[in-house]
Design a protein around this ligand. Structure first.
Ligand SMILES: Cc1cc2nc3c(=O)[nH]c(=O)nc-3n(C[C@H](O)[C@H](O)[C@H](O)COP(=O)(O)OP(=O)(O)OC[C@H]3O[C@@H](n4cnc5c(N)ncnc54)[C@H](O)[C@@H]3O)c2cc1C
Length: 378
């Protein structure tokens, strides 16, 4: 078994494969030099300086040894040969009988003049560079108000760095979550000390100055670009494995278009048997689940992906919880609970999502409604 990548999809694939196949060798090959770690703390506790790299480790090195999982770190898989059943690493062929592509996604370089000077946040090394820069910074601009941008901005502000978050939406994530949710996220950000500047795009970066398309500029000591990621599917596509919209197409068992080759996690465009369609997700738990399905499947077990995708995100002290197919809604209904809220999302008279703050009952009920394809509560 060869697994490319060392994120949650890869590690859970290795674990599930080993659980059902005690004998065949497993080799995880990753270009990340660190022991496999969790990314969610990187924009939260780690950036705030409240956790160390070892706190984020998924398992100690002995966990891999005890399961005879070989961990080859700091090297890139350059190519896959599906006819010859091998991958190429440093010019050498490494054979496989089963291959799992768990290559995840990487930040898209920020495409404006000077964009290469912005810090990115995906790997532990990125997070360490950002944290080091934050120690010396008095002010920061975070570009992009997706969840990672919001979390990073809140963490920087909570460290005492004067932080501005800029994004094209009038309020954060208005397109994805609706205007009302965006208003509340703006408030949560403000509570941590973040200044949100919406309805703007960044034209360029130069020497501590962020230039906006409305003609204004913001001076700052550090810039973070949290402007989106690109699934790492190019190698699969070059090998003739089917991809769509930049992701590797897999069925509900995580099987690609090529025998004995699986894909899981952020890189995959997976068929969800409950939704009855393929959905692209970039969430931690879904990567774990999909990796488990791929690893168990390669070991001869039948599993299928039928969970409602979801994640939690923390902005300051507030934890937002989200379950959704994530591919759009026709109607959003916002319910204010004072110290929290629920947003119900509906499409074709069926619940397709729920977002909650301090409303766990709605969060659980939302998952059930989505599973049953029932309408949202009036
Ligand atoms: C800062 C941050 C905070 C986050 N917070 C949350 C959160 O709160 N909740 C949530 O649900 N999700 C969160 N996410 C998203 C979540 O981490 C991802 O959805 C998840 O990591 C995807 O797992 P994966 O295994 O598919 O890929 P990844 O974790 O991206 O791992 C892919 C691995 O493959 C390696 N790789 C790629 N190509 C090659 C190659 N050719 N050769 C060798 N190795 C290769 C990469 O280096 C990487 O180690 C966060 C992400 C970040 C960056």
């Amino acid at each position: 078994m060869v697994i490319v990548g060392s994120g949650p999809a890869a590690v859970s694939a290795a674990e599930a494969f080993r659980d059902h196949n005690p004998d065949d060798p497993i080799r995880i090959i990753t270009d990340d030099p660190a022991l496999p770690y969790a990314r969610p703390p990187l924009s939260k506790e780690f950036l705030r300086g409240e956790a160390e790299p070892t706190d984020a480790e998924l398992h100690p090195a002995t966990w891999f040894d005890e399961r005879s999982i070989e961990l080859v770190r700091g090297v890139s898989v350059d190519a896959v040969d599906v006819a010859g059943r091998h991958v190429t690493v440093d010019g050498k062929h490494r054979p496989y009988r089963w291959l799992i592509l768990a290559c995840g996604a990487k930040p898209v370089p920020f495409p404006v003049p000077g964009g290469e000077t912005a810090l990115l946040l995906r790997s532990l090394a990125d997070a360490q560079s950002l944290r080091d820069a934050a120690v010396k910074a008095g002010s920061a601009v975070v570009i992009g108000a997706g969840f990672i941008g919001c979390e990073a901005a809140a963490s920087l502000a909570m460290r005492g760095v004067s932080t501005t978050l800029v994004a094209p939406d009038r309020v954060p994530q208005a397109k994805r979550l609706g205007e009302d949710a965006g208003e509340r996220i703006t408030r949560l950000l403000r509570d941590t000390g973040v200044t949100y500047v919406g309805s703007v795009s960044v034209d360029g970066l130069a020497e501590g100055v962020v230039r906006l398309d409305d003609g204004t500029t913001i001076e700052c000591d550090l810039v973070v670009a949290a402007t989106g990621v690109e699934p790492q599917s190019a190698m699969a596509s070059a090998a003739g494995i089917e991809t769509r919209d930049g992701r590797v197409v897999v069925d509900a068992h995580m099987r690609t278009s090529v025998d004995n080759v699986y894909a899981a996690g952020d890189v995959a465009f997976a068929y969800n048997s409950l939704a009855g369609r393929s959905v692209a997700v970039e969430h931690w738990q879904d990567a774990v689940d999909q990796g488990e399905i791929a690893g168990a499947g390669a070991a001869g077990q039948t599993r299928e992906w039928d969970a409602v995708p979801g994640f939690w995100t923390t902005i300051g002290e507030a934890t937002l919880k989200y379950h959704a197919w994530g591919d759009g809604f026709e109607r959003a209904r916002f319910v204010d609970h004072g110290d929290g809220f629920t947003v119900w999302y509906e499409r074709e008279r069926a619940a397709v999502g729920v977002l909650t703050l301090n409303a766990d009952e709605d969060y659980d009920r939302g998952e059930e409604l989505i599973q049953r394809k029932s309408p949202i509560p009036l």
